[in-house]
Design a protein around this ligand. Structure first.
Ligand code: NAG
Ligand code: NAG
Ligand code: NAG
Ligand code: NAG
Ligand code: NAG
Ligand code: NAG
Ligand code: NAG
Length: 851
């Protein structure tokens, strides 16, 4: 009996230890972004990780281009399905990730030049860098050769967001198949390492950004991400690293016999499959054995390298019998390494970190050798279990190019290079200033032009052949190839009156889909079922004529995914008819309140507000031309297409900015009550910031699901802007949030969103953000929402409460316990600083736009 109990007790305790160790070994990244770029669906790898589809990850991306390459099969010699699709970037594009836990992060990028009918991906030349100025790839071109397909980095991310910038070389383009951006354990890279030459200690390693160049499971098979807690790949030794394979003897033991030490190596440093296999000397035990085991790896010269060697004595039968030397590039790394005395046992992992000075990497090779020690007592043998070689960021902040590109670069000293970099920077700034002034002047000139002469010259020469390209490019963009809308400038198609009359059953009341001050809007069908929205003006209204002119003039020049496209017009028989793309889901307002349509989710509402913000941002910054003020931003002027993509419409009231004093009499009466900028109302001066104000009202309308003005309500509630601001000032905004979605909104996302809306409603225009800033904040709100769902996958309706509580409880413990209130209300009030919401955001964005 007693024996049995004892046995079970020790069994339990070993079970406990096992559990303890194995849970210890697991690492859950707090940031975990996995994106299968260009893929229409999620991709689940055989290691269980799910890569998000492209549509699901567009919120990280600042681009309106949607160009994809796809292939039915995985490329030769590659196994990952991630290589089957790619996203192509025609212009500089930025992925921006929210960082929950600043510190070490893995960044893994996949590049395979897939076939695309109009882009030859092997000719793409581009640079990949971070917002911290770290260049990861400089003028990079992917080849079908497998060593360019995968790039892996260990980056130090100090702030709470991280941006990855793809910038194509002039006239070229960029692409990427997949992106991984995950937290890594900080202890993975220690602060100090042994310098090999001149011998010493290197401190400050934890500030360095690294690129993993080689990672080898010496003497064993490949270890795939499935068998590594940090999803690393350890290549097998059979890649030609071993120089004199004749002399080596591969040894391996059962991985479960590897015992990790207390303090020192952990499964995070390397999995036991790395330590359970090794190369040792074949002639082991024979007295005349006198040679080194040698591995050589190709690297870029001109960089310092961080080298980690993994050892585990799985060959000896007793303690203190194995002594050997370790050399790196013919220099002594460790003399007389005695593993068993360092680890106090056999089969216990040990690793050692080195820094190799760039001056010692002469011929682009790193040579690692292990060989018998000179100690007389030693049996001549040596082992090596694993090698990791990582390139260190150089003084110029690059992991590629600058030093390594030219052969004479080795002589270049740090100071000249820095001088070069500074010089280039100064030149760039000067150039930017020049361009900026130029554009400003140009815009001014244009603005005056438009203001002065628009009334007569709005009917510019038209070209009917344009329409076919417009229509065909539209269908093309649906297939995901290219969106010509943002670049092409044309003047639409001239329809005949008969064509439009036939399309609308002679302008029958039954096909009316909208009525506005301008006239009626009909749905019409021409040519094989192409649906169009046809807006017929009332010829008797003189105001109508002006608006018609303004609209066709402005719209015909604007092409953007988030602006309703003008397809053509008709001016026969003094008709004023505009023909637009048909927006199947109609005005946004109908989806928020006052109809029987299903309620939109918070995520859909965020995407719609982001879309509308993009459209307005494009209007204000002009895309390629001058800035335009919409002047009538409201939820009925934001339309939704069949995929609920938001597009801004109705430019009948638009004016080219900046304020046109001479028209202030007429401008004073334009706009819609409830949305009207109070400053504009008072001073009758129109700026982009008036649109920003109206957009703030729209944001609250989306959030609270009620009209901007509702005279039926008690006096203090009639005006949504005033009421929402009052609630926000009291910190109880959630009291007026649409109750259908309140529970599904994460508090951080709500805070960010309301913060954006609140800033829009600032009393004075100068205090309001630009549409670009609003856009970034909304995207941030979307990321916060997504991130919280990622941490806590939805189980029930209350998707984000768990996460909310987690963040709040840690926040509370930081602040002390003064607000120990468990209701959501107090959480929202007290959490306004927001753990993850950093003030550096705005300045960073400005940096970006400045470039
Ligand atoms: C793409 O460009 C490469 C290099 O210029 C060329 O060798 C290859 O034939 C091109 N492929 C196609 C499909 O045009
Ligand atoms: C695939 O691997 C085989 C054998 O290693 C090699 O001969 C072939 O060139 C590789 N193909 C490509 C496209 O790299
Ligand atoms: C990798 O892990 C799986 C289980 O996760 C295991 O069955 C398999 O044997 C491991 N592979 C190797 C090479 O040990
Ligand atoms: C092993 O390599 C080191 C450095 O390259 C060299 O000094 C030493 O003589 C070599 N040992 C043997 C036994 O060849
Ligand atoms: C590398 O070596 C050069 C000269 O040999 C020295 O000036 C420099 O400080 C060394 N760098 C490191 C990181 O040790
Ligand atoms: C219409 O465009 C085509 C091609 O862009 C051009 O060749 C033609 O001259 C244009 N016609 C007019 C009337 O401008
Ligand atoms: C909790 O909230 C209620 C009302 O919101 C307030 O009256 C009370 O003082 C709060 N309690 C604490 C401990 O802050």
């Amino acid at each position: 009996m007693g024996g049995g109990r004892k046995l079970s007790a020790s069994f339990l305790s070993s079970l406990f230890i096992f559990f303890f160790l194995s849970t210890n070994a697991r690492f859950t990244p707090s940031d975990n972004y996995l994106i299968d770029c260009g893929s229409p669906h999620n991709t689940i790898l055989d290691d269980g990780r799910t890569f998000k589809s492209d549509p699901q990850s567009v919120s990280y991306l600042s681009t309106d281009e949607n160009i994809f390459a796809t292939s039915n099969s995985t490329p030769e010699n590659e196994t990952l399905p991630l290589y089957r699709t790619a996203r192509i970037f025609d212009s500089e594009s930025v992925y921006r990730f929210l960082v929950f836990q600043p510190g070490r992060h893995f960044l893994r990028l996949y590049f395979y030049p897939l076939h695309h009918p109009s882009y030859n991906l092997t000719t793409a030349v581009f640079t990949v860098k971070t917002d911290q100025g770290l260049v990861l790839l400089h003028d990079f071109s992917a080849t079908k050769n497998s060593d360019s397909h995968f790039k892996e980095y260990l980056i130090n991310v100090p702030s709470d967001d991280f941006s990855l910038v793809f910038s194509p070389l002039k006239k070229s383009f960029a692409f990427v198949n997949a992106i991984e951006f995950n937290s890594a354990p900080d202890e993975l890279v220690p602060d100090s390492a042994t310098i090999i030459s001149p011998p010493g200690v290197f401190n400050g390693m934890s500030d360095y950004d690294l690129q993993i160049v080689h990672r080898v499971n010496v003497g064993g098979p490949m270890v795939s991400p499935k068998n590594d807690t940090l999803s690393r790949t350890w290549k097998s030794d059979s890649h030609g690293y071993m120089m004199f394979p004749k002399g080596d003897k591969l040894v391996s033991v059962d991985p479960s016999t590897i015992t990790y030490p207390v303090g020192g190596a952990t499964p995070l440093i390397a999995p036991n499959q790395v330590y359970s296999s090794a190369a040792s000397m074949e002639e082991s035990g024979v007295s005349n054995a006198n040679f080194n085991l040698t591995w050589e790896m190709k690297v870029d010269s001109g960089f310092n390298y961080f080298i980690r060697l993994h050892f585990c004595d799985i060959v000896s039968t007793g303690m203190n019998t194995l002594y050997f030397n370790v050399y790196v590039n013919n220099m002594m790394g460790i003399s007389g390494l005695d593993l068993s005395s360092l680890t106090s046992n056999l089969a216990v992992p040990y690793y050692k970190d080195f820094v190799l000075n760039a001056s010692a990497v002469s011929n682009g090779l790193i040579r690692v050798q292990v060989g018998p020690s000179d100690l007389e007592s030693a049996i001549p043998n040596a082992v090596l279990n694993g090698v990791e070689i990582m390139k260190m960021r150089n003084a110029a902040g690059t992991l590629d190019g600058l030093f390594s590109s030219s052969s004479n670069s080795r002589g270049v000293s740090h100071t000249t290079t820095i001088a070069e970099v500074v010089g280039v920077g100064a030149a760039t700034i000067a150039l930017l200033l020049l361009i900026f002034t130029f554009i400003r002047n140009k815009n001014k000139a244009k603005g005056w032009d438009q203001g002065g002469t628009s009334s007569k010259s709005w009917f510019l020469p038209l070209n009917a052949s344009y329409c076919t390209t417009l229509l065909s490019s539209k269908s093309k963009s649906k297939n995901g190839y290219s969106s010509v809308f943002s670049s092409n400038i044309g003047f639409g198609r001239s329809f005949t009156f008969n064509e439009l009359r036939d399309a609308t059953k002679n302008f029958d009341e039954s096909v009316v889909i909208g009525v506005g001050g301008f006239g009626k809007v009909y749905i019409g069908e021409i040519e094989a079922g192409t649906k169009l929205a046809i807006k017929r003006g009332n010829p008797r209204s003189s105001q109508g004529i002006n608006e018609f002119q303004t609209e066709i003039q402005l719209l015909s020049k604007l092409r953007h995914r988030h602006l309703v496209s003008l397809i053509g017009y008709c001016d026969e028989n003094s008709e004023m008819i505009l023909v637009y793309e048909y927006m199947a889901n109609g005005p946004l307002r109908d989806h928020i309140y006052g109809s029987t349509l299903p309620s939109l989710t918070w995520r859909q509402r965020l995407e719609i507000s982001i879309g509308a913000a993009r459209g307005l941002h494009y209007l204000h910054t002009g895309g390629s031309s001058h800035g335009i003020i919409h002047r009538d931003v409201k939820t009925t002027n934001i339309l939704l297409d069949e995929n609920l993509v938001a597009k801004v419409s109705d430019f009948g009231l638009s004016k080219t900015g900046p304020a046109l004093d001479q028209t202030h009499v007429s401008t004073a009466v334009k706009g819609s009550f409830g949305y009207l900028d109070p400053e504009y109302f008072r001073r009758q001066q129109l700026t982009e910031k008036s649109d920003v104000y109206s957009f703030g009202v729209v944001l609250f309308e989306i959030l609270c699901a009620r009209p901007a003005l509702d005279p039926a309500l008690p006096r203090e509630q009639v005006n949504l802007a005033e009421w929402a601001m009052a609630k926000q000032r009291k910190g109880v905004i959630e009291m007026i949030v649409d109750p259908r979605i309140l529970k599904t909104i994460c508090s951080e996302s709500l805070i960010k969103y309301v913060e954006a809306a609140e800033k829009c409603l600032a009393e004075y225009g100068v205090d309001r953000p630009s549409m670009g800033d609003v856009l970034w904040n909304l995207e941030f709100a979307l990321q916060l929402q997504d991130a919280s769902l990622q941490l806590d996958p939805p189980e029930e309706d209350d998707t984000c409460d768990a996460k909310k509580n987690k963040i709040v409880s840690s926040e509370k413990s930081k602040k002390g316990d003064e607000t120990n209130n468990d209701s959501d209300v107090s959480i929202l009030i007290n959490d306004d600083s927001g753990i993850v919401i950093g003030s550096p955001l705005f300045s960073k964005i400005e940096d970006f736009e400045g470039r």
